[in-house]
Design a protein around this ligand. Structure first.
Ligand SMILES: O=C1O[C@H](COP(=O)(O)O)[C@@H](O)[C@H](O)[C@H]1O
Length: 241
């Protein structure tokens, strides 16, 4: 595990963008494409905007495929739809074509949307290993990542898929990658800002004994891939070392 802690969010975002550029170019050189899973939530917006402006000439975007690690069960024009924020901040500004974007079809019932999403991912990887080059993740104050929330049924999943999950505390369904699907990635990067995340960060990174039901992000342990944490100093303030 690589732990990177930054004094300012600007420094963090610059390093994370450089890291993405390096991985993208390496993946394209090695395998001809970069399969990139975006995270939702509030934290990544500035990152996406800087990739689409400052970094736009540093990656061959025609060779990048975009996915979503989780999606809210709202229609695509809803402000909470993760795909909408990505569309506005990175996908439209870079002119990414629809055939390179894997949105979750939330016009379907959540179970069906998850099945269809799993199938579209499987079709994309047909004939190759189902291994994403980079899965970018955030983490909530409650230690959820993607839509792996504390106490939910999806935490027990052994399936390499996207699944639907009812999140009782939000009274809503989400569609999310399962931990086994995330753990097949070549690289996982966490982007975590702010003191409200400090307690969750401490438990996820430092607990010797895991409690994945309470701190679901502890489930993220890639089989062969790397994990890198990009933290600001507020999010890292309770870490011992
Ligand atoms: O991995 C993820 O983490 C976030 C946490 O979001 P943030 O708003 O605190 O940055 C989560 O809610 C999001 O849907 C997910 O993709």
């Amino acid at each position: 595990m690589n732990l990177l802690i930054y004094k300012t969010q600007a420094e963090l975002l610059k390093d994370l963008a450089d890291y993405i550029v390096t991985l993208a170019n390496q993946s394209i050189a090695d395998r001809g494409r970069f399969n990139f899973v975006l995270t939702g939530g509030n934290s990544p917006k500035a990152l996406y905007e800087s990739l689409a402006t400052t970094y736009k000439d540093q990656i061959d975007w025609n060779k990048v495929y975009f996915f979503f690690g989780d999606e809210r069960n709202v229609l695509p024009d809803h402000e909470s739809y993760n795909g909408l924020m990505a569309k506005r901040s990175i996908l439209d500004p870079l002119g990414i074509t629809e055939d390179h974007i894997f949105y979750v079809n939330t016009a379907l019932a959540p179970e069906k949307a998850a099945i269809e999403y799993t199938k579209s991912i499987a079709d994309h990887f047909k004939g190759t290993d189902l291994v994403f080059d980079l899965i970018l993740l955030g983490m909530g104050d409650d230690a959820h990542t993607a839509s792996l929330f504390p106490g939910t049924t999806i935490l027990k999943s052994k399936e390499v898929e996207a699944d639907s999950v009812f999140v009782e505390k939000l009274s809503t369904y989400r569609i999310s990658f399962t931990a086994p699907l995330i753990n097949k990635a070549r690289n996982v990067a966490f982007l975590v800002f702010g003191e409200s995340k400090a307690n969750a960060v401490k438990h996820v990174i430092e607990d010797q004994e895991k409690n994945t039901d309470l701190y679901p992000t502890q489930l993220i342990v890639p089989i062969d891939g790397s994990v890198t944490w990009f933290l600001d100093k507020a999010a890292a303030e309770l870490l011992e070392s």
